[in-house]
Ligand binder design. Structure first.
Ligand code: NDP
Ligand code: MG
Length: 402
């Protein structure tokens, strides 16, 4: 459901899912700057207990959930007899429970990948204000998630920088075609924008994770290098703003200064500019309907000098047309695209396949897997498991062929 956020005076209580990751770190930076406005009451992650230990000591949340039980044990051991009021919970259910606690007002959904769906869903079903970074949840189960939000009264606020930019340029999540003609998302082009195509098969995980403008987790960094990230974002935008793929364009913009543009039916185009720092969209969504001051380096147009935009070269970035095709086919195909991509990126990061094998693996899965439309969350989980095992099978076949 979309509504105008209300002004409140008491501190807003935040649950941070993926607290130990890159979105987690940016959110904590914003929270540190506004202790009078926000209270961190729950944190969750998978296994990084040492990072979590520091977070728990600093913020003393009521609950800390680690999906991996042995890591929760380590965390309890590390905290020892120190007097923190935090209850340490373990397991995937504990992560979802942290997202739906009655004491929580705002949930930052910052877990990476499909692994974030269960907790994002729990937050939505509990009617929270959900700051959505976890785009894979939306790509895999968007229609169901939006229907659930309409039922529960949850507010979905995008903090993916481009979608947050669209939200700001459109004046909300409503992007009615009577008012708005088109949306453009920008893409930096990743680390291989100018690299010789013939050398792509020698790209290493380390090179792929060196993003030129943003500092992010490994999975999204590889997705940014293939431009699958932008493909997932086109699907995310189509779902969030209720538009067709044909209404959503992508341009390469190497400096990531303009994050998105919204073209109105009268020809006016509003663009959102800002530093490439995730604190900015996170602070925007946390602060709604007000603005939070933020200690980030200001954008200097004169230092920047010029803004450059280029068309996307489909030979360099075949993942983007593939994502548009999945969007055209429907929700089931988007789920398949996402699951196959997670398998392929994982295989690349663990050096089982080459960079140039990622997109063909996703494409082959999309073409040969028999896709059906998920009707329920259970369907989504079942389909995701099937696609992963299919894609893993393809990986084995490829390994045999090499
Ligand atoms: P990171 O890899 O940096 O962090 C991932 C976080 O998710 C970690 O806290 C990790 O815990 C946690 N996690 C992973 N699996 C599980 C699980 N099964 N249960 C509980 N927690 C889990 O990723 P990012 O922060 O870069 O990305 C997070 C999401 O935000 C992604 O969906 C990404 O697409 C999106 N996003 C990120 C942006 C960025 O700038 N980083 C920009 C826009 C969107 P642990 O550390 O213990 O493994
Ligand atoms: Mg983005």
């Amino acid at each position: 459901m979309v509504s105008t956020p209300q002004v409140t005076t008491r501190r807003q209580r935040v649950a941070l899912l993926g607290a130990t990751g890159s979105i987690g770190a940016s959110t904590l930076k914003v929270l540190r700057q506004h202790p009078d406005k926000f209270e961190l009451v729950a944190v969750a992650a998978q296994s990084n207990w040492s990072e979590m230990c520091a977070i728990v000591k600093e913020f003393a949340p009521a609950v800390c959930a680690l999906a991996e039980p042995s890591s929760a044990l380590e965390l309890r051991r590390a905290l020892g007899t120190q007097s923190v009021p935090t209850r340490i919970e373990s397991g995937c259910d504990a992560v979802a429970a942290a997202a739906s606690m009655t004491e929580v007002d705002i949930v930052v959904a910052g877990i990476s990948g499909f692994a974030g769906l269960a907790s994002t869903w729990a937050a939505v079903a509990a009617g929270k204000r959900v700051l959505l970074a976890n785009k894979e949840a939306l790509v895999a189960a968007g229609r169901l998630l939006l229907t659930e939000a309409a039922k529960s009264g949850a507010e979905l606020l995008p903090i993916d920088s481009e979608h947050n930019a669209v939200y700001q340029c459109a004046g909300g999540i409503e992007c009615d075609p009577q008012r708005i003609r088109a949306i453009t998302l920008t893409a930096s082009g990743g680390p291989f924008r100018t690299r010789e195509l013939s050398t792509f098969d020698t790209i290493t995980p380390l090179e792929a994770c060196k993003h030129p403008t943003w500092s992010m987790g490994r999975k999204i960094s590889v997705d940014s290098a293939t431009l699958m990230n932008k493909g997932l974002e086109v699907i995310e935008a189509a779902l969030l703003f209720g538009r067709l793929g044909a209404d959503i364009g992508v341009v390469i913009h190497p400096t990531s200064t303009v994050h998105a543009l919204v073209e109105y039916v009268d020809g006016s185009v509003l663009a959102h500019l800002g530093p490439a720092d995730m604190q900015v969209p996170i602070a925007h969504a946390l602060g709604l309907p007000s603005r939070l001051s933020l200690d980030v380096s200001p954008l200097s147009l004169t230092k920047l000098g010029r803004l450059e935009f280029f068309e996307v070269d489909a030979r360099r970035y075949p993942a983007l047309p593939l994502a548009y095709e999945a969007l055209r086919q429907g929700q089931g195909a988007c789920l398949v695209l996402n699951a196959a991509n997670e398998i392929a990126v994982g295989a690349f990061l663990s050096e089982q396949i080459r960079f140039t094998d990622i997109v063909p693996l996703v494409e082959q899965t999309l073409q040969t897997f028999s896709i059906r439309e998920p009707q329920s969350l259970d369907d989504v989980f079942a389909l995701d498991i099937e696609v992963r095992s299919f894609a893993n099978e393809l990986l084995v076949q490829r390994a045999v062929m090499l």
